[in-house]
Design a protein around this ligand. Sequence first.
Ligand code: C5P
Length: 329
Amino acid sequence: MNQNIGGSVRVDCSAKLNLFLEVLGKRDDGFHEVETLLAAVSWYDSLYFTNDTTGALRLQCHWANGLAARQQSSRGDLVGCLGRLPEPADNLVWRALRRLREVAGIEAGASIQLIKRIPAMAGLGGASSDTAAALLAANRGWQLNWPLERLSRLAAELGSDVPFFLTPRSCGSAMAVARGRGERIETLQGTPRLHVVIVKPPAGLSTPRVFAECRPAGQPVNLNRLLDGLRSAALTRIGDCLFNRLQTAASEITPWIARVRNAFQQLDCLGHCMSGSGSSYFGLFRNARQAARQAARLRSERLGYVVVTQTTTAPCQMTGIDRLRGSAA
Ligand code: C5P
């Protein structure tokens, strides 16, 4: 740990896609037992954390430059696609820092600036990723030096998807199988880089609602074929094995899922599927060029916010602010 950095850090925290999501049953605690395969993609929010010696906690959250204008203008291509920013007091980042402070028994403060690029109510894990970033930044900024396992236990309390975003840089793309309610993580190594196009339609979806409408699997789909495909970097097989049990429920709530699925069906695409509890939908492509070409077709159909991206090696990447300015050791 670099003590020269002091209390100012930046964490770029990624979106995720669920390449596979099976719902195995409903649990007594109201959650659902799932088996899912998560992959981090190169689409980031940025969290700036600065220590505050007065003990105050401050959080400012806004859309990245350009996005707000594209969302607000009546001719903007993102109208309705980003979703709403939560009030600071409802932001999971805020709750995470208060809880961390409480459990660690310290009175430290922080000033946080959160620059959002990942849409909300999208099944992309934006809020969970921001929360993981806040925990990592505070662990460094407040010099708690908690090991990752301890941070992960707190992360799991805050949200089912949060522990995934704490997984360290991997060899290959950052992917993990998550079980339980999504908090029990088994990281995968040596997975290939995947080129994807993500569409976030104007309608967002509420995670509790989609889970409530979902009928768990009678006969669960087996994850092993996808795991074999990933191990052997067999793109066609990976495309064939994309699956999300929540997609039927989501399609009953909003017509956008079927609309976007139909558009992907017309494309030269290895496979496509909804991510998480929606409403984002993604397709897998053979390479970056093909992804860019097919994304242009999707954009012309005005189905929502279309992003071309790829899987990445780490969900969260932390940089010392001093190092960003070029003055740190
Ligand atoms: O864990 P998280 O706060 O993200 O979950 C939000 C909601 O989604 C839960 O309150 C629950 O209604 C639903 N959910 C579920 N089963 C899961 C994960 C989430 O039913 N495995």
